[in-house]
Design a protein around this ligand. Structure first.
Ligand SMILES: [Zn+2]
Length: 180
């Protein structure tokens, strides 16, 4: 996964570009179209079949990682989600803030977890990595971009507030900000 890290640390890359769309999108809700950048972790994760992730037990079969019965004989291979967790390299960053959040912290955390569980069966690689609190801001990191977006949309649907979703133009990465 060295390539991914090198790219992330390259300050001439997305670090500069990301500021541009953010600056003129300020002040109103902005939703961009689905990302076009593919997940490099997924692209590199094509082990011989059947394969089994030794960390979480998902099975690679017919070209995709899925929840399935453990095969009698399987190659051991970390799935893309566990690889990201191991590398501490999220694909989704969700930031929650505001007075309403302060007053409903537990309820909102519950909704966030629910969103992960709701589609866990069909999308076992879409996971929450960490939930942290700092200075009144709750940060949620995810192993893929779809879950991050769904969390933002679920919060917006349940409580309104202001939602901002930004896909990186050159990396498989999304930043979701919700505030109320
Ligand atoms: Zn795994």
């Amino acid at each position: 996964m060295r390539n991914v890290r090198a790219k992330r640390n390259d300050t001439r890359g997305d670090g500069v570009r990301e500021k541009e769309p953010r600056a003129h999108a300020k002040g109103h809700r902005d939703r961009q179209v689905e990302e076009v950048v593919h997940d490099p972790y997924m692209a590199r994760s094509k082990p011989p079949e059947p394969a089994l992730c030794p960390e979480c037990g998902v099975v690679y079969h017919r070209g995709r990682w899925q929840r399935a019965a453990r095969p009698a004989k399987a190659h051991e291979h970390l799935c893309p989600a566990c690889q990201r967790i191991k590398d501490r390299f999220p694909a989704g960053y969700v930031k929650l803030s505001g007075d309403f959040l302060d007053a409903h912290r537990d309820e909102i955390r519950h909704l966030v977890r629910n969103e992960e569980q709701r589609e866990a069966e069909d999308h076992p690689l879409q996971r929450i990595m960490d939930i942290t609190e700092e200075g009144g801001v709750t940060s949620v990191t995810t192993t893929d971009v779809h879950l991050a977006r769904r969390i933002g949309e679920a919060l917006h649907h349940a409580y309104q507030g202001k939602l901002d979703i930004k896909y990186s133009q050159d990396e498989y990465l999304v930043r979701v900000d919700w505030t109320r």
